[in-house]
Design a protein around this ligand. Structure first.
Ligand code: TRP
Length: 338
């Protein structure tokens, strides 16, 4: 039976261990979308090569990301979850589309500017690679290869998505209407800040003390939340970023009743930050326990996850190959024998 659901594609870079910033900011939404859409999700290891990295770590991080996503609820029965580099058609389409994207367009990408000027690039031996520059074309290829209609992404990816649409549009006007112009699927996601420094985003690149990991031991979660920065400087009428962040986390954990109660306390001037922190820690620990149990189940089951992700990558590849076959024909490349 042909799938009539609208198709969604999204990608996530492999990192050492998923944290609650990733989960609440993107992955939770991925899980929910599975109910209404035909979802294709990818761990984009080719993308991870654009910044300095360690090969053995990339390999293990990629597999870990697959397992973590499944532990969070990405379900092979409902969606395709695959590893980008197991579908080499991504690079082939990337090359073809690079001939449909101007140098000037790439130069305007703000993420390239940010990453190429980051501290990491100043370390000895690191270069600003042309892969980093053409990264958005690979992203366009990811999406267009599956002719996805919608792409759940954060606001930071808006510019890349617009470029994907421009590339699709340019291709379509030179040949025929072939590619779908992908729409961004923005959902309300909490902007979680670092507990240790609420002037910054919750991000692994700042260091482990700035994130709460999904599979972190309970004692360590509680310790991080307990030592979260709350009020810095003189008291004002509005919530300080640190306190607002704790409220945000409580809401993200689904603790709406507690959120309401504690907010009333805050407004009445009777809120104890220690109580707020305890509720937040409880919420995170509760979720973390679910993920840990699910991960143990997955890694302990007879169904080999590695084999499973290879199977799903093969499924993705069937779709990808079909697109490449048609695209090669449109752009004037010879038919392949297989
Ligand atoms: N660039 C995205 C990010 O850093 C990851 C990504 C790669 C992606 N390919 C994609 C996201 C395709 C959506 C669709 O978050």
């Amino acid at each position: 039976m042909k799938n009539t659901k609208s198709r969604v594609f999204s990608g996530i870079q492999p990192t050492s261990e998923m944290h609650f910033g990733n989960y609440f900011g993107a992955v939770k939404n991925w899980i929910e979308l599975q109910e209404k859409y035909e979802c294709i999700y990818s761990v984009v290891d080719y993308h991870a090569m654009t910044m300095p990295y360690i090969p053995t770590e990339l390999q293990s991080n990629t597999m870990n990301m697959v397992i973590d996503l499944m532990a969070c609820g990405v379900d092979p029965e409902k969606s395709i979850l695959f590893i980008q580099s197991l579908v080499p058609e991504h690079v082939e389409l990337c090359w073809i589309l690079s001939c449909y994207c101007s140098y000037g367009e790439l130069q305007r990408m703000t993420q390239f500017k940010d990453k190429s000027e980051s501290d990491k690039m100043l370390e000895k031996g690191n270069i600003v690679s042309s892969g980093l520059f053409t990264y958005p074309i690979l992203q366009a290829a990811d999406i267009l290869l599956y002719r996805a209609e919608s792409v759940p992404v954060g606001k930071d990816q808006e510019q890349h998505l617009e470029l994907s649409r421009n590339i699709a549009n340019r291709f379509n006007s030179r040949h025929e209407i072939y590619f779908t112009e992908p729409k961004a699927l923005f959902t309300e996601v909490p902007k979680l800040l670092s507990l240790a420094d609420p002037s910054k985003k919750m991000s692994k690149s700042l260091g482990d003390q700035h994130v709460v990991r999904l599979f972190e031991p309970e004692a360590s979660i509680r310790k991080k939340v307990k030592s979260a920065v709350t009020d810095v400087g003189p008291k004002t009428d509005t919530l300080s970023p640190g306190v607002a962040n704790l409220f945000e986390l409580l809401k993200a954990c689904g603790k709406m009743a507690e959120h309401g109660e504690l907010m009333n306390d805050y407004n009445a001037g009777t809120l104890k930050y220690s109580a707020l922190k305890e509720y937040v820690a409880n919420g995170l620990v509760e979720l973390s326990k679910q993920f840990i149990d699910r991960k143990a189940e997955l890694t302990g089951s007879s169904r080999d996850i590695e084999a499973q992700v290879h199977d799903m990558s093969e499924k993705a590849r069937v779709i990808a190959k079909e697109t490449i076959r048609e695209v090669r024909d449109l752009v004037g490349l010879p038919k392949r024998r297989d």
